[in-house]
Design a protein around this ligand. Structure first.
Ligand code: TYD
Length: 212
């Protein structure tokens, strides 16, 4: 008691649809155990889960701006209620998607402008920036060949859309070389996981077990 808690670490996973990043985020969370908190965007609070349902419902037509604002609203709620308190409690927070997703999908692919979406999210997130972002890169054509069971408004946009997103992510990585680490996702999941574990261990200063 009485000792100031050291702030935790905020790690985000990014990538195009079916890049394998959700699997990697889950494996990392499992490897870190109690110290980790895994969240997925949009989601993680009752409001954000409800917003997720709206966003994923192809029957609800959304304008680009409305879509961007809904993602930002879900994020604002998640940051304030879940992520910030967990970081203050010393947790390693792992987010499956965060602001970079909005920059790539809404800013670049939807054509709303990366700058405008960055300003919106700077405000929505209260300025919370990840300590490290792991960008899982995979050829969009290969991603398209992966499982196709779930369809939502983004996965139905097709190859050109995913290629635009991949290019936007690469540009973001070039702009933020200290934060965003590019990881080749066109490999066996175990090899990708080993890279993830190494990068996280470098960040936290402790060995992170490689999940079996
Ligand atoms: P989800 O099923 O979680 O996809 P994935 O497993 O690929 O993360 O659906 C999220 C979809 O929403 C995904 O296609 C990416 C998109 N998205 C945005 O367009 N903007 C955002 O800010 C976020 C967080 C996600």
């Amino acid at each position: 008691m009485g000792e100031a808690m050291t702030r935790g670490h905020f790690i985000t996973f990014e990538g195009i649809d079916r890049s394998g990043k959700s699997t990697q985020a889950a494996r990392l969370a499992e490897a870190l155990g109690e110290r980790a908190l895994l969240v997925r965007e949009p989601g993680g609070t009752s409001l954000s889960e409800r917003v997720r349902e709206i966003l994923k419902d192809p029957a609800i037509p959304l304008t680009g701006r409305a879509e961007a604002l809904l993602f930002a609203a879900a994020r604002a709620d998640l940051v304030e209620r879940v992520i910030e308190p967990a970081l203050a409690a010393g947790k390693i927070v792992i987010a499956d998607r965060y602001v970079d997703s909005s920059l790539a999908y809404q800013g670049a692919a939807r054509g709303l402008g990366v700058e405008a979406i960055a300003r919106l999210n700077e405000w929505a997130s209260g300025g919370l920036t990840p300590d490290r972002t792991l960008l899982i890169e995979i050829d969009p054509r290969r991603a398209a060949e992966r499982g196709n069971e779930e369809h939502d408004r983004f996965e139905d946009e097709g190859l050109a859309f995913q290629q635009t997103i991949a290019a936007a992510y690469a540009e973001l990585a070039a702009e933020h070389p200290d934060r965003i680490v590019r990881i080749d996702g066109d490999r066996a999941p175990d090899d990708v996981a080993a890279d993830v574990a190494r990068i996280v261990a470098e960040l936290t200063g402790e060995p992170a077990g490689i999940p079996a």
